[in-house]
Design a protein. Sequence first.
Length: 143
Amino acid sequence: MNTLLDTIPKNKKLILFDGVCNLCNASVLKVIKHDKKNVFLFTSLQSVTGKAILKELGIDTSKVDSIILYIPEEAFYIKASAALHIMKEFSGYWKLTQIASFLPNFFNDFLYDYVAKNRYKWFGKKEHCLIPSKEIKEKFLDL
């Protein structure tokens, strides 16, 4: 029996993000800008597709309210680990972010959680999830 995860092309990586968070939406647009190899697809945690994927992965969003990176036939990553895996695909000065991968996960996740906990207060929140422009529409799973 095929699952929703089976429909994700094996050469793509799926980013699940908080669709109402201004910081998260800005981050998605930044990833799209720097995704020169066209490897990323996106869906919001709040979308029907996002919720179904979370269920298939067995992720309880009441315990994990963060960015999630799903790499088909490999694994999924959350929090700082997801962010570092995403930035690994970028070139230029972004390679410097990989220095953080040498730090303990608990330290990176502590910083990640601090920002995540304050993201709405610092950056605001939208009423609705990001609606992508027609130029980037094909990068999103559900529209």
